[in-house]
Design a protein around this ligand. Structure first.
Ligand SMILES: [Mg+2]
Length: 250
């Protein structure tokens, strides 16, 4: 079992939520349409219920096992992933050599991966059930920094994997967007991301927001920069769902 940094100030326990499947909930809620209408979605026109809490959640390495999917993709293009540091392109090698991919070629593959009609990315274990449970009493918004060209395939991936929630695409540190969303509701907000700069950005822009770091890929967990004294760190969705619910008073 992979160890993880001990989180301070986190309330974690075993997941006690209802066991109904996320797919059932997905059908009953319906979901945002896979249309260009999503492209104009902004915090101001999200369908938020201001009477209940808000959970803002990232996709890659939080809901989605991005690194594993991208690893399969680059393998088809003659490259291999060796996870030696918390980075992306610096971990991509020409097989059998010490040659790493150029930034230009790495970016090209990254964009090509996201532009594929179907994203071959596995769901992080436990993510569907945990979010479905939270969604009974909280607004859920997906906030991803995926490339704009990946908007429709990303929406499709979310819908097909029982994440029937509205999605915003951002770029750069996420604090400003999260602050804007948190201001639209009366209750508390939680934010979940794998990247420390995004968590720190939210701490600056919206310090009242409860912040949780989760790193889905077991290989990346020990390498991920972390600051449990500032942001609760829980890498297991069963525990994370319970901790978020407790923080939000659900
Ligand atoms: Mg991420």
């Amino acid at each position: 079992m992979t160890s993880r940094p001990k989180a301070r100030g986190c309330r974690a326990g075993s997941f006690q939520g209802a066991l109904d499947t996320a797919r059932v909930l997905s059908r009953s809620l319906g979901g945002p349409a896979l249309t260009d209408a999503n492209a104009s979605l902004t915090p101001a026109n999200l369908k938020l219920d201001r009477q209940i809490p808000l959970v803002v959640v990232d996709v890659d390495e939080v809901l989605a096992m991005f690194m594993r999917g991208f690893e399969r993709f680059i393998g088809q293009h003659g490259w291999e992933l060796r996870i030696e540091r918390f980075a992306l392109f610096q971990n991509i090698y020409r097989p059998g050599t010490d040659e790493t991919i150029s930034m230009v070629e790495g970016r090209r593959l990254f964009d090509a991966f996201f532009a594929l009609e179907r994203h071959d990315i596995d769901v992080a274990p436990g993510a569907q059930a945990a979010l479905a449970s939270l969604a009974r009493q909280a607004n859920i918004v997906i906030l991803t920094n995926a490339p704009e060209a990946g908007r429709t395939p990303r929406m499709r991936w979310l819908m097909e994997n029982a994440f029937p929630y509205e999605m915003l695409i951002g770029s750069g540190p996420k604090g400003a967007l999260v602050a804007e969303m948190a201001a639209l509701i009366d209750g508390p907000t939680a934010f979940v991301d794998d990247l420390l700069p995004n968590l720190d950005s939210v701490a600056v822009e919206a310090p009242e927001v409860h912040r949780f770091q989760m790193v889905a890929d077991e290989r990346l967990r020990l390498m991920a920069p972390t600051a449990p004294e500032r942001h609760c760190r829980i890498d297991d969705w069963d525990e994370l769902g319970v901790a978020i619910a407790a923080r939000l008073g659900l």
